[in-house]
Write a protein that binds this ligand. Structure first.
Ligand code: ISE
Length: 344
């Protein structure tokens, strides 16, 4: 590897194109050396943003040409498995947009394939962990300076969604972020999920029943509520209020206070632009150092897939337990491996 990481971006739709521009203009130590995109229009646009990139229609061709040192996967979730497996087979480090794969059975296949390598190579693109406000909140929780964390109230609001967005996506495509970030913030795993329906938003298309309230319980006894709305019209908002024993703190954009007011953002691409930039820079730095992963790994992605499955069941009512298998030693930080084998 030279002193510049040759990144291959698989998928040049909205997210892939955003990552291509990010790597080309805002990330140090990397360039887009390959783009895998079968659609001619998208490939041409990607070529304008990354003029020195080689274009391929299939990941297998980019791998055969040895055109990249590391891979960013930004195709839709259902195509992740078929992209991850050959990239892992080639032993390349991977930053894979969320979700790892759409279900736990396929996530397990990724985990099995990854364990044929000497250490984790897959990072999952749960970008909220890199948002400076989330990171500060996590530090405040861990430091104990505001006392014990008692509750989190989360709001996750989209102005509108595409025609392809169906009811299960409230969980699989949207609350998937809270399933990752809440246990990470609170330092405690998710144990159960319940979904309650509030009054239906008349602006929602007939196929969607929302907003929903997702109630999550964590192993430490904490209850977290997530208001998930996808047709608020006034913009894109993601907020979290943390209630401690000695303080309360709110992160995220201010509310649109008056009828007609717009939220600070219209979409996740701008709301989390800084988080995406930091995520990409840290991943590139980790790959260049040889650490390969600096953030949520494939095991985290698998746990989130299990949480989503419980969440989808909860859309039909009831409280659903979330499966929490122990991670294989492969996914533990090196210093924790001895402890697990001593316990076994
Ligand atoms: C979208 O796919 C995302 O990942 C966004 O972060 C989320 O807010 C949105 O609800 C999803 O549809």
């Amino acid at each position: 590897m030279t002193n510049e990481l040759r990144v291959g971006v698989v998928g040049a739709g909205a997210m892939g194109a955003d990552h291509i521009r990010r790597i080309e203009t805002r990330v140090a130590g990397a360039r887009v050396a390959a783009v895998v995109e079968p659609d001619a229009g998208r490939a041409a646009a990607a070529g304008r943003d990354a003029p020195s990139a080689q274009m391929f229609a299939r990941i297998e061709d980019a791998l055969a040409a040895e055109a990249m040192d590391a891979v960013v996967i930004a195709v839709p979730g259902p195509l992740h498995l078929q992209t991850l497996l050959p990239a892992l087979e080639a032993g390349l480090p991977i930053l894979c947009e969320k979700p790892l794969t759409p279900d736990s059975a396929t996530s397990l296949r990724v985990i099995e394939a990854e364990q044929r390598l000497e250490r984790p190579h897959v990072q999952v693109g749960f970008m909220r962990r890199f948002d400076p406000e989330y990171a500060q909140l996590r530090e405040m929780i861990a430091s104990g300076e505001a006392g014990e964390l008692l509750m989190l109230h989360c709001a996750h609001r989209n102005a509108s969604v595409s025609e392809a967005y169906v009811q299960q996506m409230l969980i699989n495509d949207s609350v998937v972020h809270e399933f990752d970030v809440v246990p990470w913030l609170a330092g405690s795993p998710l144990t159960s999920v319940e979904v309650r329906y509030s009054r239906r938003n008349p602006a929602a298309p007939a196929r969607l029943r929302e907003p929903i309230l997702v109630l999550m319980e964590l192993e430490n006894g904490m209850i977290v509520d997530v208001e998930m709305s996808v047709n608020v019209q006034f913009g894109y908002q993601v907020t979290t209020e943390a209630v401690f024993s000695r303080a309360a703190l709110r992160i995220g954009d201010p509310l649109a206070a008056r009828p007609g007011a717009r939220a600070a953002h219209e979409s996740f691409e701008t709301r989390f632009a800084e988080a995406y930039d930091i995520e990409m820079q840290r991943w590139v730095d980790a790959v260049m150092r040889g650490d390969l992963v600096d953030g949520p790994n494939a095991w985290d992605g698998y746990l989130v897939a299990l949480a989503c499955e419980a969440g989808v069941r909860a859309l039909s009512g009831g409280v659903h337990l979330v499966e929490r298998p122990d991670p294989p030693a492969f996914y533990l930080p090196t210093h924790a491996r001895g402890r697990q084998s001593a316990r076994a």
